[in-house]
Each structure stands twice: as structure tokens, then as C-alpha cells.
Design a protein around this ligand. Structure first.
Ligand SMILES: Nc1ncnc2c1ncn2[C@@H]1O[C@H](COP(=O)(O)OP(=O)(O)OP(=O)(O)O)[C@@H](O)[C@H]1O
Length: 258
């Protein structure tokens, strides 16, 4: 069965000017991102992972080449259209959580829904409550971000990213600031929503996060060096299956960084 492409890049290049020279960070990336996948971007520090995520999601502009979304090159969108795309079509989760400090957990999730205008306010309220329940933080409904743990705040950030039902959820090191247990809880949630059909693209250094992927892409010096496809990760995976998957990913990563 042919899989649907959500985003694709053609000859994507990104350079930054620094101290009179050009730093060529992305060097001609041709890539398709598929619907339903849990796509992982890996690579050494500085290989261009976050820059690729920013260019794919319209948070930054390519220097050359195209980023195609629904047949249109978003690199050519004006600021207004890019903002609309980021708010309406994509969702974002970052290592730094950035909840609005004077809004409670429910409001942090619901407000982007009111702004998204895809649903009426009562519909947004209902959906925000559903998402808080799904993320296991309904009890923290009325608490301010300063009154919850890092893991709870990241779960609220995931709920917020999902409120407008994004075509693609981008996650940049979402567990980078969390301890092992809360990282696992957050990864379990991302796995669960991916198993329900949500397309996810995640940048990570962490192999325990990468094993969640159905496709892992390895960047080196701003180019795709290789990729690995894996069967979808099941939420009730046994320890044995996890270890064998981890071994496969580790062996592949060693071959990439050889
Ligand atoms: N806004 C910017 N201005 C100038 N240079 C930048 C900018 N953003 C990134 N860079 C440079 O681009 C290169 C790639 O950065 P990027 O953050 O994409 O790498 P990364 O693979 O995500 O790294 P890490 O794993 O360390 O987060 C680095 O050399 C970085 O210094």
C-alpha cells in the first residue's frame, strides 16, 4: 500500500552567516516524511537535527531547496501563512517546556484551541479536558505550571500541542530535561498517540527514545547518512522485545557513526 507523504524536502540547504563566513548546516536534504510514522532524527551534536526540524516545521526558512507541504513550498510562504501553518497544522513539544506561567494547566491547553478557531469554545473546553485525562494530569487541572512536576508540565505541553489536531507533531528532545522515569512516561504517551494515528517527528540523542520510532533517520554534517525502518512500537512491549529492538538500533547506530 502506498503511504501518504506529509512533508517532503528537495535539496534542502540551510546556512548561517557567522563572523563573515557561512556555516553550511544542512547540505542538500531530500526526504519524505510519511503519515502515521513515528519518525526519529538522530545524529551527532551539531549535525543539524534541530535545524532540520525548524525548516520542516516553518519555524525557520531554508536557504535553498524546497519544503513541500500539501504540494506547496512553505519556504516561499510569507510570515502570516507560516504562522497559520505552525498554529493550525503542526504541533510542537520542546525540551524547554514554556507553559504560560499565569495560566493554569487547563488554560494552557485550551487557549491555543480558542486561537486555532477549528472548534467552538465549548468544544475546545471538552477536548482540552479529554486531553488532560489522556495525559494523566486531569487532577492538576487548576494548578499553575509552578505547582506541577517537570513530567506533568511536559504532559500538559503535549496536550497543548495536540489541541488543534495537528497533521504532524514535532518534538525536539522532549525528554531532554526529564529524569528516567518521567522520560519513560512521556515516551509512553507519545507512543500511545502515535498508535492512535498521530504522526510524530522527534529529534533525540537518547537511544531509549529512538527505539520508539518506526523510522530512524541519521544525519551527518547536514546530510542524510542512512535510515532504519522498524515495526511500530507496541505499548505493551515485553522486556525481551525491547532489548532486541534496542540491540538492533544500537548496532545500526554503530554502523552509522563508524
Ligand atoms: N541561529 C543560528 N545561528 C547560527 N548558527 C546556528 C544557529 N542555529 C544553529 N546553528 C549552528 O548550526 C549547527 C547545527 O545546529 P543544530 O542545533 O541544528 O544541531 P543539532 O544536531 O540539533 O545539535 P545538538 O544535538 O547539539 O542539539 C551548529 O553548528 C550550530 O551552532
Amino acid at each position: 500500500m502506498e503511504r501518504k507523504v506529509i512533508l517532503s524536502t528537495k535539496g534542502l540547504c540551510k546556512s548561517y552567516a557567522s563572523e563573515g563566513t557561512q556555516n553550511h548546516v544542512l547540505n542538500g536534504i531530500d526526504l519524505d516524511i510519511y503519515e502515521g510514522d513515528f519518525t526519529i532524527i538522530m545524529g551527532a551534536s551539531g549535525s543539524g537535527k534541530s535545524t532540520l526540524l525548524y525548516c520542516l516545521s516553518g519555524m525557520d526558512r531554508a536557504t535553498a531547496g524546497a519544503v513541500l507541504y500539501e504540494g506547496k513550498d512553505i519556504a516561499k510562504f510569507n510570515e502570516n501563512k507560516l504562522t497559520g501553518l505552525r498554529h493550525g497544522d503542526f504541533g510542537f513539544v520542546f525540551q524547554q517546556i514554556h507553559l504560560v506561567s499565569n495560566l493554569n494547566m487547563f488554560e494552557n491547553v485550551a487557549v491555543p484551541g480558542y486561537l486555532g478557531k477549528k472548534r467552538t469554545a465549548p468544544e475546545v473546553n471538552k477536548y482540552a479536558q479529554e486531553l488532560l485525562k489522556k495525559m494523566g494530569i486531569y487532577e492538576a487541572f487548576k494548578r499553575l505550571p509552578s505547582q506541577v512536576s517537570g513530567g506533568e508540565a511536559q504532559r500538559a505541553a503535549i496536550a497543548r500541542a495536540l489541541i488543534n489536531e495537528p497533521k504532524l507533531l514535532f518534538a525536539d528532545e522532549p525528554t531532554g530535561a526529564l529524569n528516567k522515569r518521567t522520560s519513560r512516561e512521556v515516551l509512553d504517551l507519545l507512543t500511545a498517540i502515535n498508535n492512535e494515528g498521530q504522526s510524530v517527528l522527534m529529534v533525540t540523542h537518547d537511544i531509549r527514545a529512538a527505539v520508539r520510532g518506526s523510522r530512524i533517520i541519521y544525519l551527518e554534517d547536514g546530510k542524510v547518512l542512512g535510515e532504519l525502518s522498524l515495526p511500530g512500537y507496541k505499548e505493551n512491549i515485553s522486556d525481551e522485545e525491547f532489548k532486541s529492538r534496542e540491540k538492533q538500533v544500537n548496532a545500526w547506530l554503530s554502523s552509522m557513526s563508524w
